[in-house]
Design a protein around this ligand. Structure first.
Ligand code: FEO
Length: 410
């Protein structure tokens, strides 16, 4: 017997949360208002796990949600149709924020076939037991006909995992883009045009910087494929759905994928007793030219997510650390390790910092920057204990050089 998930008292409320994208194509996901630490990503505004129900002659569910919220997804579906009526569940991405609820969902949908690519099958079978599930393996160009609408699949490896896939409904010019074009943004609105464009683009930039930055080459390939597709709506698996500003969104993604810098510099630092802090402020002073966006970031007053987001479009970065135990300060090292993993490319910069009886802070930063293949503008700028007025002048000059370099690059 199939369990009932429709809660009578909540039915009207749940119905109102189910937003129609097109006739009989409905958002049925879950809004996670309270998450703040998304595997290390600081999600200041929470997030959503988007799932979509397409009701035609056949009925398809596109993507699911994180494991704890599977019953919510089933309630949302139940308010629209019988769970027996679901013919297909499309899994565009095996990561647990979208596929974690699949065991609960597949158990609750007795007539559903899971549609996925071969790499997704491999990944899911290594995450858990799929025995008893009906599956259909698809590849780029394959289609599933629902009636008046068709699902067409486009494999998008490494956007964000090897098995990632887009699902297009060509008759509706609607693309289900999984992680791509998404944002961690919880709200009662479902469409990007219902909030300010600046806010949604900032969240889209943060998402790209922290999740997709390492995969610029693969994203550029996908964007090229998208040039040939007529799209009026992009429905990602996190955050708001795009039905306007699609050209701007694709252009921004193109620039980010190409590591296109802006006239922007960052002075990022950690400091023990403010010697490195004084140097950072002198560098910023030198770098504050009229037409360059210069920002000062103290790593322990910020977070990894914000620093990676601001680094995405920065042409040049000065990074400083005091010396602790012959190396960088621990949070400076955390930032460097995180940035190195995200592989920001085509940047220029230099390191700076203070030392006392031991050495190694600014040198360790320099080595990290070099290992990311950034253009090193000078040797580490160092101060023994307190920076003298000569050292601070040198910092101002180095800041000016950094800003001039940013102007040359963008
Ligand atoms: Fe939102 Fe790569 O999962």
């Amino acid at each position: 017997m199939v369990q009932s998930y429709a809660l009578s008292g909540q039915k009207e409320l749940n119905k109102s949360m189910n937003t129609e994208l097109r006739k009989n194509i409905t958002w049925v996901g879950y809004i996670d208002w309270t998450v703040r630490d998304f595997h290390g990503y600081t999600a200041e505004r929470g997030t959503t796990y988007n799932a979509y129900l397409i009701q035609d002659d056949k009925t398809a569910l596109v993507d699911t949600v994180k494991a704890p919220f599977g019953h919510r997804l089933l309630q949302n579906i139940s308010n629209l149709t019988s769970l027996n009526s679901i013919d297909y569940v499309v899994c565009n991405h095996a990561e647990p924020d979208h596929a974690g609820a699949l065991p609960e969902i597949m158990a609750a949908l007795p007539n559903a076939t899971l549609v996925l690519d071969q790499k997704c099958m491999d990944a899911l079978s290594e995450h858990g037991d799929m025995s008893g599930w009906r599956t259909k393996i698809v590849k780029t160009g394959d289609t599933v006909t629902l009636g008046n609408r068709t699902l067409r699949f486009i494999e998008t490896p490494m956007v964000h995992w090897p098995e990632s896939m887009f699902t297009l409904v060509p008759e509706e010019k609607l693309l289900f883009s999984m992680d791509a074009f998404g944002q961690h943004y919880a709200s009662t609105q479902r469409f990007a045009d219902e909030i300010s464009l600046g806010t949604v683009m900032n969240e889209t930039r943060a998402y790209y910087a922290n999740i997709l930055m390492p995969y610029g080459k693969q994203i550029a390939k996908v964007l090229k494929q998208m040039d040939t597709i007529d799209i009026e709506m992009i429905a990602p698996s996190h955050g708001l759905i795009w039905r306007t500003h699609i050209a701007e969104l694709l252009e921004a993604y193109g620039n980010w994928a190409a590591h296109q810098p802006k006239r922007k510099i960052l002075v990022i630092y950690d400091t023990m007793w403010e010697s490195t802090g004084e140097m950072a402020r002198a560098i910023l002073e030198g770098a504050s030219l009229n037409d360059v966006d210069a920002q000062l970031i103290h790593v322990r007053s910020s977070n990894l997510t914000h620093i990676a987001t601001e680094s995405l479009e920065a042409a040049a970065i000065a990074f400083g650390s005091s010396t602790l135990n012959n190396g960088m300060m621990p949070m400076a090292a955390a930032v460097m390790t995180y940035l190195k993993g995200l592989r920001p490319q085509g940047k220029a910069g230099f390191s700076f910092g203070s030392f006392g009886w031991g050495r190694g802070g600014p040198e360790a930063v320099h080595d990290f920057m070099e290992s990311m293949k950034w253009e090193m503008l000078r040797e580490p700028l160092k101060s023994k204990y307190r920076p003298s007025s000569e050292i601070l002048d040198e910092c101002r000059n180095a800041g000016r050089m950094l800003a001039e370099k940013a102007k040359e690059m963008a």
